[in-house]
Design a protein around this ligand. Structure first.
Ligand SMILES: Nc1ncnc2c1ncn2[C@@H]1O[C@H](COP(=O)(O)OP(=O)(O)O)[C@@H](O)[C@H]1O
Ligand SMILES: [Mg+2]
Length: 169
C-alpha cells in the first residue's frame, strides 16, 4: 500500500523516547484507525504499541508473538494488537483480521509485520497510519509516518503539533 498524503519522520534515541512518542500517538488516535507498524526484529514496534496502549488507558501491552492477537479494553475503544511475524499468508487469512476491519468503529487496530497481510488493500480501511521504523544504531531509531483518511490525517497533524510542543518544553 502506498500512502503519500501526509508524512513526517521522528527520531528516537532511547527506549524512553520511543515510549513517549507512542504515548503522544495514542493520545491523538481516534477509534476506527489502523496502525501498520513495519521494521525489523527489535526495531521497537511492540514498545511503540505499549506507549500507544498507555495513552489509550489499556493494560500493559505485551508482544502478541505467541498469542498472535491481543485485545485490550481501553477507555474509549478496544485496542487490538496483532503480530504476523511467524505467519504464512494462508495463516494470516485464517486469523479473521478482515472482521476487525469491517467493524473497526470502536477499535484501534495495531499490526506488526503488516507486509505479511498480503490481501490487505488500500480501500479495505478508511483511516490508516503507516509507521516504518528504521534501526540506525543500537538505541537510535527513525520512525517514518504517513497517513491516509481524514481521521488518520488529523491524528498525524495533531501528533506533529504535540511533538513540536514537547521539543520546545
Ligand atoms: N530508541 C529505541 N526505541 C525502541 N526500542 C529501542 C530503542 N533503543 C533500544 N531499543 C531496544 O530495542 C528493542 C525493541 O523491542 P520491541 O519493541 O519488542 O521490537 P519489535 O516489536 O520491533 O521486534 C528493545 O529491547 C528496546 O530496549
Ligand atoms: Mg514485536
Amino acid at each position: 500500500m502506498n500512502f503519500r498524503l501526509r508524512s513526517f519522520h521522528f527520531h528516537s534515541s532511547s527506549e524512553e523516547a520511543t515510549l513517549r512518542f507512542g504515548r503522544a500517538l495514542g493520545a491523538v488516535l481516534a477509534p476506527g484507525t489502523a496502525v501498520l507498524l513495519s521494521g525489523g526484529l527489535g526495531a521497537g514496534k511492540t514498545l511503540l504499541a505499549r506507549g500507544i496502549g498507555e495513552a489509550l488507558g489499556a493494560a500493559r501491552v505485551r508482544s502478541p508473538s505467541f498469542t498472535l492477537v491481543n485485545e485490550y479494553p481501553a477507555s474509549a475503544c478496544t485496542l487490538v494488537h496483532v503480530d504476523l511475524y511467524r505467519l504464512e499468508p494462508e495463516d494470516v487469512e485464517n486469523l479473521g483480521l478482515q472482521d476487525y476491519l469491517d467493524d473497526l468503529e470502536a477499535r484501534v487496530l495495531l499490526v506488526e509485520w503488516p507486509e505479511r497481510w498480503e490481501t490487505l488493500r488500500e480501500g479495505d480501511v478508511r483511516d490508516v497510519l503507516k509507521i516504518a521504523i528504521e534501526t540506525v544504531g543500537e538505541t537510535s531509531r527513525v520512525f517514518r509516518i504517513s497517513s491516509s483518511g481524514a481521521k488518520a490525517d488529523g491524528a498525524l497533524r495533531d501528533l506533529r503539533r504535540a511533538l513540536s510542543v514537547q521539543e520546545r518544553s
